[in-house]
Design a protein around this ligand. Structure first.
Ligand SMILES: [Zn+2]
Length: 416
């Protein structure tokens, strides 16, 4: 059984990473959700498949010329197209953006206003007022295009240089980005007329939201997430084909599951998308029934070769934590890790539900070196580590189910 599960998880990993990437709406994304839905139905789960509208981004180059010079810049992800001439204006703070002086101009955002990536317009889980204010100013004062001159954002996965200040299919102003050094060269020409072309298109398409349910005989449910989409341009082996392969491994291990709470397995389609479409659909369908979630589980960036799988705890009461620790007990390769918040387990936190997250021990190193890049390839992943994680999760479910058969042990109504 154990070799077989390793082998099957390895096959899921190969299938999921067989396309260039699985960004929402891409061919690889469609193939991945279809494969997941078919496989998990075969393990006895009830499967609900919902199609939703999304945007596919097609792009070419960005070209900027002024005063006889040419400047290096990149197309902003999901930007609208632009081809025209306008005066160039430098802006380094939001007050300068809230001004008629930028109307009809090409604005160069630089300095403190361009220090960190701006949350997308419709990203609701985390969106500070300072970011919303920038989007409102762009709406109100309507520059014709925005060029961001950026350095490194240490908060950002992959530490890209330069990084796109906006990654937002709901932003109405065409945008591009360049290094802060190139930005300084460009700003020496502020006030002159620039000629700018941004070759970029938004193509309407669809993708699929899948929810798989194994009905239990006890109250409450255990919800298990692993996002199925990847960043455009990244094969997303550890981020997060490995998590989805673990979901399928767990589903297979639940073949004989009869007594305990309902198990809901969700390959969320949108963790690496600007609008989190799959997350929004799941939240929309669950907003008024979060209370019955006994435990939320999220798997992301797990299965890196040679590393432990870290389990981190979020708002688990003593009894719940004891059940998880019982399943961890003595299991080689599973150990406790620090809390982190940059993935879908944050959703459980927003709604006050207890959660655990599974990730590779050196998630910080993975995010800095591999995540969201073409380097996140299948060679990084060890199917044996993922099979071990799937068996551990089966044990977690059993430990909770044993408690759940005694209502005073783990009662969803009292775990909040
Ligand atoms: Zn991820």
């Amino acid at each position: 059984m154990s070799e077989t599960l390793d082998v099957r998880i390895g096959r899921y990993l190969r299938e999921l990473t067989s396309h260039p990437d699985r960004h929402v709406g891409a061919p690889g994304n469609h193939a991945a959700t279809a494969m997941f839905a078919e496989r998990i139905a075969g393990f006895g789960f009830d499967v609900a498949r919902t199609r939703f509208d999304c945007i596919e981004w097609k792009y070419g180059e960005a070209v900027l010329e002024m005063d006889g010079e040419r400047f290096e810049l990149l197309v902003g992800p999901y930007s609208l197209p632009f081809d025209g001439r306008a005066a160039l204006v430098g802006v380094s703070c939001v007050e300068e953006l809230e001004s008629e002086a930028i109307r009809g101009c090409i604005v160069v955002l630089h300095g403190s206003i361009a220090a960190g990536q701006i949350m997308p317009r419709n990203f609701t889980f985390y969106n500070p007022e300072s970011h919303r204010r920038i989007i409102r100013a762009l709406d109100a004062y309507a520059p014709v295009a925005v060029i961001a001159a950026t350095g490194r954002d240490p908060e950002m996965v992959g530490s890209q240089y330069p990084f796109p200040l906006f990654e937002d299919g709901d932003l109405d102003v065409p945008n591009a980005y360049m290094t802060d050094i190139e930005g300084e060269r460009l700003l020496a020409h502020a006030g002159s007329i620039a000629s700018l072309r941004i070759d970029s298109r938004r193509v309407p398409t669809t993708a699929e939201h899948v929810v798989a349910t194994l009905q239990g005989d006890a109250p409450g449910r255990i919800v298990v997430f692993a996002h199925i989409d990847s960043r455009k341009g990244s094969p997303g082996a550890l981020d997060n084909a490995s998590g989805v392969a673990t979901l399928l491994g767990l589903a297979e291990l639940l073949a004989d599951y009869t007594h305990g709470p309902t198990i809901e397995i969700v390959p969320l389609n949108g963790e690496d998308n600007y609008a989190n479409p799959g997350e929004m659909l799941w939240v929309g369908a669950n907003e008024d029934r979060m209370d019955d979630i006994i435990l939320g589980i999220n798997i992301d960036d797990a299965g890196m070769r040679g590393q432990d799988t870290h389990v981190s705890f979020y708002s688990c009461d003593d009894r719940l934590e004891a059940a998880v620790r019982q399943a961890m007990g003595g299991r080689v390769g599973i150990s406790e890790g620090l809390k982190w918040f940059q993935s879908d387990h944050a959703i459980f936190g927003i709604y006050g539900r207890p959660a655990i997250a599974l990730a590779s021990a050196d998630i910080a190193g993975f995010m800095a070196k591999y995540a969201h890049s073409e380097r996140d390839t299948i060679e990084l992943a060890d199917p044996g580590i993922l099979a071990n994680a799937a068996r551990f999760l089966r044990d977690v479910i059993d430990a909770i189910a044993t408690g759940a058969s005694n209502p005073s042990a783990v009662d969803p109504a009292t775990t909040a």
